[in-house]
Every structure is written in C-alpha cells, then in structure tokens.
Design a protein. Sequence first.
Length: 201
Amino acid sequence: MPNVFLSPEGIKGNWHERYFNNQNPIILEVGCGRGEYTVSLGRKYPDQNFIGLDAKGPRLWRGAKTYIDEGMRNGAFICGLAETIADYFAPGEVSEVWVTFPDPQPKPSREQQRLVSKRFLDLYRQVLKPGGIVHFKTDNDELFAWAIQSFEQNRGVDLLKNCEDVDKALDLKEIMSIQTKYEMLFRAKGQKIKYAKIALV
C-alpha cells in the first residue's frame, strides 16, 4: 500500500515535503497494532498528521486500508520495530508520541522492553521536538505504577498528567473518547483506564 513504509530510504527528514505535502504536526503512535487509534486520531484531527508504527505488517494493513478507503491524506504507517524509529525520523520531526495499551512485559528482566522505559524515552527524545509530548494509556495497574515511578525518577522527564481513571477526568473527555476494540473490552470488564502525559525536556 502507498501509505505503508518498510524502509526509511528517502523519507527520513522528509515526511512533510515528500508524503504529507504540508507542515502540520506529526504525531507518532508506537505499537499501533491494527491502527485503530491512529485512524481515529486522523479522523478527529484532520489538521494534524498521524503515523502508526508496528512490527507486525498484517496488523497494519487494516488501518492503512481504512485511510485509503476513507480518502484521508493525513496518515501513514511504518512496518518496523520501535527500536528503529530514529532510522525513520530526523531530530525534531515528530511533535508527539502515543503509546497505547502496550505489552506490559511483566518480568523484571524485561523492564527495558517496556515502551515507556528510559531506553525508549531516550529513543523518543531523539525524534521529538524539544519539550515533545509522550501520551501513555494502559489498563495495567502494575505497568502504570512502574511507569509513573520511572518518570518521576528520570531526569529530563516532566510529568504533566497522572490519571488513574480517565472516566473521572473531565479535562480528558475529548481525547479519551477515542477507544480501541481492546479498550472497550477492558472497560466492559470494569477495568480502569489510566493515562499519563509527559514532556521530554
């Protein structure tokens, strides 16, 4: 599909000029799965550009096809590992990063594989504008508690929002109205959806 990228060749540092043909902010979703969140954000905010990244190509196909079927021109997808984002974006090319319902990687030995670990925050910092924003949503209590503690302990991380139940946060209703299939299932089971917003400074 023309909106799926398998290689960074020719696109790194050139997303605005060669693909989007505008200077609107670029928002990256890491671990986008089927692209539900990337697609929903694209519909809601046509004046912004959205890129979903996931290692599993077949999952990306659904989101990529939806963008094409609906005639939306503000979205793209990358089939690749989260560890490779600096291969696809120049420093400062991304305005915000979303991490939605990632694998919690519960074993202590897997801490650095968590998409909100210091390792990945450092990778996001490489491509974000100075003071760029990272949004984090999860239903997992343990992962959220670990992430908040990690944010507070890491220098260069400014914790802007710490919410343990988005349904009780009136100021989050607009953006939190976007829900993936799995988020709906979590909510149906009575699980609270947690959200954090940080700036990498």
